[in-house]
Ligand binder design. Sequence first.
Ligand SMILES: O=C(O)CCC(=O)C(=O)O
Ligand SMILES: [Fe+2]
Length: 147
Amino acid sequence: MVMNCYPPCPQPDLTLGMPPHSDYGFLTLLLQDEVKGLQIQHKENWVTVEPIPGSFVVNVGDHLEIFSNGRYKSVLHRVLVNSMNYRISVASLHSLPFKSTVQPCPKLISETNPRRYMDTDFATFLDYIKSRDSTKKSFLQSRKLTS
Ligand SMILES: O=C(O)CCC(=O)C(=O)O
Ligand SMILES: [Fe+2]
């Protein structure tokens, strides 16, 4: 579980509360307070996720995209800050144990729908973070098979 606190920022146009990223695991359940800030990328646009009191935002993570062989998309998201209010969010991250391997579900692979992702595990993720690749493309992009 991750708790995020975004203090008011005097120049919100010059920074971000959290840079664009997708979540590493299967699913993230996110509780946000009444202060706006979370945005998801949809067709090249950033769309604000309106806070609904007492509700969770459910984000598909990289592992679910890989497991579903691309049927479910791991959503790119970011957080804006504002000059007036503190914002607090609580993210509950759900993924497999670190040593487990995630791969496209065999039942979803066929001649017409070939495997789209390499196997992956936590060690691969750490290697990726350490490598220079991380500045060029996302971890999920780095697991995609090209053909
Ligand atoms: O603060 C938010 O609304 C999002 C936080 C987030 O994306 C994360 O913790 O991975
Ligand atoms: Fe996130």
